[in-house]
Design a protein around this ligand. Structure first.
Ligand code: G6P
Length: 489
């Protein structure tokens, strides 16, 4: 982990991500309402006073007409956001297709799509073409707004082609790229037909960052094994040019969560929840309804726990918040029905006239409701099959200083490397192990809960999102300076 270094005054940043931190709803021909989302990345960058950040990203809506585009561009400018307009066909091929049906499952070790290989090969090619085209469209917008001295920070698997497009425009542009998902073993990455082109495009960046040291190591070995380049402790070298590769584990704006617990509305909500679930232990899952989150496996483990521990049946409830996501992708539609089927079966099996063991909600909660829920939880279940970091585990810990509940955490989430000592680590594929951990968590003595919580709380409140952003950007500045020094030599 790098130490944060002092930044220059008000570093101008162009943050490029597939999604803007704002969702737009059209109200009329030339009017829009905007809802600013306060996700991890947004809070990270807003929390750093030294940054003057502008966001470039897809507005998340189809705006085919010029009047609508102009009005939205104007409205977004007030939020320091700049839209990239993608038409429906591109969104289908680039976002639903290449990003979410190919790269996302592959990077989470779920492999490439299996069905009808020929059709997949054909659609693979058109989806990759759309991916490159979309990345070029992002690059055009960045180039239009770039001023000398700006640092460009590209985010995530949607934009792996972007560093190359940007350097083709201007080789002096400082470009960083950060991956929010795992980077898989090189043996997985090498199955991707466009494996080399994507690696080379990412290597055009000056700094490439990952959540964990393992992901960085997988990336470097993919470059050495697939491209035949030289991996060094600093990164990857290609004909004398070094691309720095390092781990920058993200965090959350922990203060925001801790402060929220003081808000009267949240305290009232906490009281209501306590009353509603009096006499029962509360277990909580909060996930996007995504196959990588291991929701069916988690629910089956809960069923096994109920089966084997009859005395707990009317004393525990599992609240599963499953936030709908990427609903146009068929795999996600299948998952929704699968989860509903399992929840229905278990509630039918163990429910009574007055209570059911699982409350499953297909929706998101607002920030304050979520904080209240975290605060009343006895055991949080984060059992992703793979996850870049998983900040739900961090948010839970931040809200637990009063209760000191237990975190059950997948060993395949990046967070296992930072919260592993405080959590109960599990292999989410091993349903018996998860069921046993639920019993262990519910029966854990208060001294042990306190000790485990303390470890995690210190981590979550020290390694914050702000620290993460500062470290990445200052390292990016240094990297470019180093590159210039090397050229001068
Ligand atoms: C993951 C990705 C993000 C993405 C988010 C929500 O966390 O790493 O880049 O924004 O999922 O997914 P969505 O497809 O709705 O943007």
């Amino acid at each position: 982990k790098q130490e944060g270094r002092p930044l220059r005054q008000r570093q101008r940043l162009l943050v490029v991500a597939n999604r803007l931190p704002v969702s737009a709803v059209r109200r009329g021909e030339d009017s829009w309402s905007l809802d600013v989302s306060a996700g991890g990345l947004v809070s990270a960058l807003l929390g750093v006073k030294e940054f003057e950040a502008k966001w470039i990203g897809w507005a998340g809506v189809n705006v085919p007409d010029e009047i609508g585009q102009k009005a939205l561009t104007k409205a977004l400018a007030e939020k320091r956001c700049i839209p990239v307009f993608l038409d429906e066909e591109i969104v289908h091929q680039y976002y639903n297709g290449y990003c979410n049906n190919i790269l996302w499952p592959l990077f989470h070790y779920l492999g490439l799509p299996q069905e009808d290989r020929l059709a997949t090969t054909r659609s693979f090619q058109s989806q990759f073409a759309a991916y490159k085209k979309a990345n070029q469209m992002f690059a055009d917008v960045v180039n239009e707004h770039y001023k000398e001295g700006d640092v460009v920070w590209c985010h995530d698997y949607h934009l792996m082609f972007l560093p190359k497009c940007l350097k083709d425009y201007n080789s002096k542009m400082k470009v960083g790229w950060f991956l929010h998902t795992p980077f898989p073993s090189s043996e997985i990455h090498r199955t991707l037909p466009s494996r080399s082109e994507l690696l080379r495009s990412v290597l055009a960046a000056d700094l490439v960052g990952f959540h964990t040291y393992d992901y960085a190591r997988h990336f470097v070995s993919a470059c050495t094994r697939i491209l035949g380049l030289e991996g060094t402790p600093e990164g990857v070298e290609d004909q004398g040019r070094l691309t720095r590769v390092a781990a920058f584990p993200i965090g959350i704006d922990s203060e925001r969560f801790i402060r929220a617990l003081e808000v009267p509305q949240v305290q009232e909500h906490i009281r209501e929840l306590k009353e509603r679930f009096a006499g029962r232990k509360v277990m909580l899952g909060v996930d996007r309804l995504d196959m990588i989150k291991g929701i069916p496996q988690k629910i089956l483990a809960f069923e096994k726990f109920l089966e084997e521990n009859p005395s707990w049946r009317d004393k525990v409830v599992l609240l599963q918040i499953a936030v709908p996501t990427r609903t146009d992708v068929p795999e996600y539609q299948k998952l929704t029905s699968q989860v509903h089927e399992i929840v229905g079966r278990i509630n039918g099996r163990f429910g009574t006239l007055t209570a059911v063991p699982i409350h499953h909600l297909d929706r998101s909660l607002d920030f304050h409701a979520l904080c209240a829920l975290y605060a009343v939880t006895d055991v949080a279940l984060v059992t992703s099959l793979r996850d870049g970091m998983n900040l739900v585990s961090y948010e839970f810990v931040a809200c637990q200083d009063a209760k000191k509940g237990v975190l059950i955490l997948s060993e395949f989430a990046g967070a296992a490397q930072s919260l592993g000592a405080g959590a109960i680590l599990v292999n989410p594929w091993n349903i018996t192990e998860v069921a046993n951990s639920i019993a262990q968590a519910l029966n854990m003595a208060s001294e042990e809960r306190e000790k485990r919580h303390k470890h995690n709380f210190i981590h979550v409140t020290t390694h914050t999102a702000q620290e993460w952003a500062e470290t990445f950007v200052s390292e990016l500045n240094d990297t470019v300076v180093e590159a210039q020094i090397r050229t001068r030599e």
